[in-house]
Design a protein around this ligand. Structure first.
Ligand SMILES: Nc1ncnc2c1ncn2[C@@H]1O[C@H](COP(=O)(O)OP(=O)(O)OP(=O)(O)O)[C@@H](O)[C@H]1O
Ligand SMILES: [Mg+2]
Length: 191
């Protein structure tokens, strides 16, 4: 897998009188790594949420590969996303958090156990599978969220500021160890 191309054309998102994203176009080639830099409130999260399918655009078009996904449900897009906050399910162990996307996809139990182990090893948290999210540091929680976003090997990975300071290096090293994917990273412009 080499990742899928992501094309965003003239995307607009309005919340009533607030325009969160105004006519943004982005072209990420297969396997490419794109960082979006912008100040607070500039629309980075909104743009990623539209690419992942959690928000519907007011106007514009989103394609993944050759498919128009503008109005396709999030679980049908094969996009992994690491959210800016409230990343983990608080009532589930680390292992169960990472297993969640695989359970949603009805993968068999043996394979789930293997892939969860691999994903946790990739973020250097193999020993933490049985812990609850509250028993982890903030950075460790973000790494679990990254493992959960990567565990189903999505061709597209979106990261909204997590792992902020080390993001690019860390994600790059994950990327070289995992299969290839296209990725879009949102970072505050002050960093
Ligand atoms: N549900 C909503 N209703 C109304 N306005 C919203 C909503 N969500 C976001 N906004 C507004 O849209 C704009 C873009 O917000 P967004 O969260 O995308 O910014 P951001 O670039 O991710 O900022 P930050 O760097 O602080 O995370 C902001 O002005 C925000 O107040
Ligand atoms: Mg944001």
């Amino acid at each position: 897998m080499k990742g899928e191309r992501v094309t965003v054309r003239e995307i607009v998102k309005r919340y009533g009188s607030v325009t969160a994203v105004e006519g943004v176009s982005v072209d990420v080639k297969a396997g490419e790594f794109l960082s979006l830099l912008g100040p607070s409130g500039s629309g980075k999260t909104t743009l990623l949420m539209m690419i992942a399918g959690f928000e519907l655009p007011t106007a514009g078009l989103i394609e993944i590969g050759a498919t128009d996904v503008t109005y396709v449900a999030p679980n049908k897009r094969n996009v992994g996303m690491v959210f800016q906050k409230y990343a983990l399910f608080p009532h589930m162990s680390v292992k169960d958090n990472v297993a969640f996307p695989l359970r949603m996809r009805k993968i068999d139990r043996a394979q789930i156990a293997r892939r969860v182990g691999e994903a946790l090893a990739m973020v250097q948290l193999d020993a933490y599978g049985s812990r609850m999210p509250t028993q982890l540091s903030g950075g460790q929680q973000q790494r679990v969220a990254l493992a959960r976003a990567l565990v189903f090997e999505p061709p597209v990975l979106l990261m909204d500021e997590p792992l902020a300071r080390s993001t690019r290096n860390f994600a790059n090293s994950c990327r070289s160890r995992s299969r290839h994917f296209s990725s879009v990273l949102a970072l505050p412009s002050s960093m």
